[in-house]
Write a protein that binds this ligand. Structure first.
Ligand SMILES: *[C@@H]1O[C@H](CO)[C@@H](O)[C@H](O)[C@H]1NC(C)=O
Ligand SMILES: *[C@@H]1O[C@H](CO)[C@@H](O)[C@H](O)[C@H]1NC(C)=O
Ligand SMILES: *[C@@H]1O[C@H](CO)[C@@H](O)[C@H](O)[C@H]1NC(C)=O
Ligand SMILES: *[C@@H]1O[C@H](CO)[C@@H](O)[C@H](O)[C@H]1NC(C)=O
Length: 392
């Protein structure tokens, strides 16, 4: 919480930069490293090209990056831009966790461990060298950004299929980070921030996440649309108003988190009933990958179990058809932000309209001004390519 102001000024900076020149986000050194990454016959070799000072000139900014969509190098592309939040969509097959937007994009060597966990461990090992000048590990250890070692980076894990089955694998695969003290954790009383904060979204099972009362190092992506507070009185929470349109047909309660039952439902569900994607760049759900709803009761969520509160901007605030946000939309936006912040959670909107550019700029400016904590950089980047093409 202490660095909220700082992050917010970073967000203002991001928007200012974005409105000027996108090209400044992509220094050529990064391009070169990214281009070399994953070349045949060089598995993991790119890691050798990661100099300790790779993030030297990069100022962390509160943007969230869903990079696979853009480039084949998720984590590195995000760090290149200074993003402090990256997203990995995970699919559970054959006892392993594969990363990709669709099952068609999965490859045997693109796993949660190979794409995110191993690189993060390697980066952090380099940021926390044990030398005769620095004989013991720092407490807390340095984060990935040289310019701001105290900055934690969010690894947002989007559970796609078989979330309950995948859960123990996620917990286990985080061990290399956990064992080195790199994970933000809750000890039953307090949350201690560390270089990597893991947040679970998509179909992530809230019941499993909260099962242990004395230790957690994965936090939930709470439903922002449930957190509306119309004024400073907490009792004003209005979950029903917060329903995104079209969600009324599914009202699971907590018992829905029961694995067996939800699997049965999952099997019964026919493909054409597929839910809207969990994020703007998610693939459409396929049969057997039904989206599990986040428990509705807003009082379930606080900093002991959650980190973000997020929702689709399009679904929750809706498209600003009137060349700007209406009074009603502004009220909803403010109520959501107020509700999340009261619970100590960070506000993240995805699905922010990215075009036309003037509209996007207007929305970013409003969101930043109103206190949103994270901007989705995919929008920035896709908008960037579109803009540049238009310029030429
Ligand atoms: C990953 O596997 C694909 C084939 O599935 C191969 O073309 C590629 O070179 C491999 N990459 C690495 C880094 O091993
Ligand atoms: C942790 O929580 C306990 C109980 O709420 C509190 O007394 C203590 O000061 C906290 N420790 C830190 C380091 O914040
Ligand atoms: C909670 O997690 C901690 C650390 O992994 C473990 O020692 C403890 O036994 C767990 N408690 C329960 C109730 O599972
Ligand atoms: C956080 O929420 C849980 C319910 O999910 C509740 O049991 C717990 O008491 C809450 N903790 C705080 C500190 O508010």
């Amino acid at each position: 919480m202490a660095n909220t102001d700082e992050l917010h000024s970073g967000l203002v900076q991001l928007v200012t930069l974005a409105l000027k020149a996108f090209v400044s986000f992509f220094p050529s050194d990064f391009e070169e490293i990214i281009d070399r990454w994953g070349q045949p016959g060089q598995p993991g070799q790119y890691l050798n090209h990661w100099p300790t000072d790779i993030t030297g000139g990069v100022m962390p900014i509160p943007c969230h990056s869903h990079n696979d969509y853009w480039r084949p190098v998720p984590l590195f592309s995000a760090l290149e831009a200074g993003c402090i939040s990256v997203e990995a969509d995970i699919w559970f097959f054959d006892d392993d966790l594969f990363v990709g937007h669709t099952t068609a994009s999965l490859a045997p060597n693109r796993t949660l461990t190979s794409l995110y966990i191993d690189p993060l461990v390697q980066i952090l090992e380099k940021q926390n060298p044990i030398t005769r000048f620095h004989p013991t590990p720092g407490n807390p250890p340095n984060g990935v950004f040289d310019t701001k070692p105290s900055q934690s980076i969010v690894l947002l894990i989007d559970f796609k299929n078989k979330a309950a089955d995948a859960w123990p694998y996620v917990i286990s695969q985080l061990s290399p980070l956990r064992d080195r003290g790199y994970l933000t954790y809750f000890d039953g009383k307090n949350v201690t921030e560390r270089p990597v904060t893991v947040v679970a979204t998509g179909n992530a099972p809230f019941d499993l996440l909260t099962a242990n009362d004395t230790y957690r190092d994965v936090f939930y992506d709470a439903p922002l649309e449930r957190m509306m507070i119309l004024d400073d009185n907490m009792d004003n929470t209005t979950p029903s108003d917060g329903n995104p349109p079209g969600d009324e047909d599914l009202h699971p309660d907590l018992s829905d988190l029961n694995t067996i039952r939800s699997r049965r439902r999952l099997l019964k569900r026919s493909p054409h009933e597929a839910e809207p994607p969990s994020s703007p760049d998610s693939p459409p759900s396929t049969a057997g990958n039904k989206k599990k709803k986040r428990p509705k009761d807003p009082s379930l969520y606080n900093t002991t179990n959650s980190y973000y509160a997020s929702v689709s901007f399009r679904k929750s605030i809706e498209f600003p058809w009137q060349f700007g946000l209406s009074r009603n939309q502004m009220d909803r936006l403010r109520a959501q932000i107020r509700g999340a912040h009261k619970r100590g959670l960070k506000v993240r909107y995805w699905g922010i309209p990215s075009w036309p550019r003037g509209l996007r700029n207007y929305l970013w400016t409003v969101l930043v001004k109103e206190g949103v904590d994270m901007l989705n950089v995919d929008d920035l980047r896709s908008a960037a390519s579109r803009d540049w093409a238009g310029w030429k």
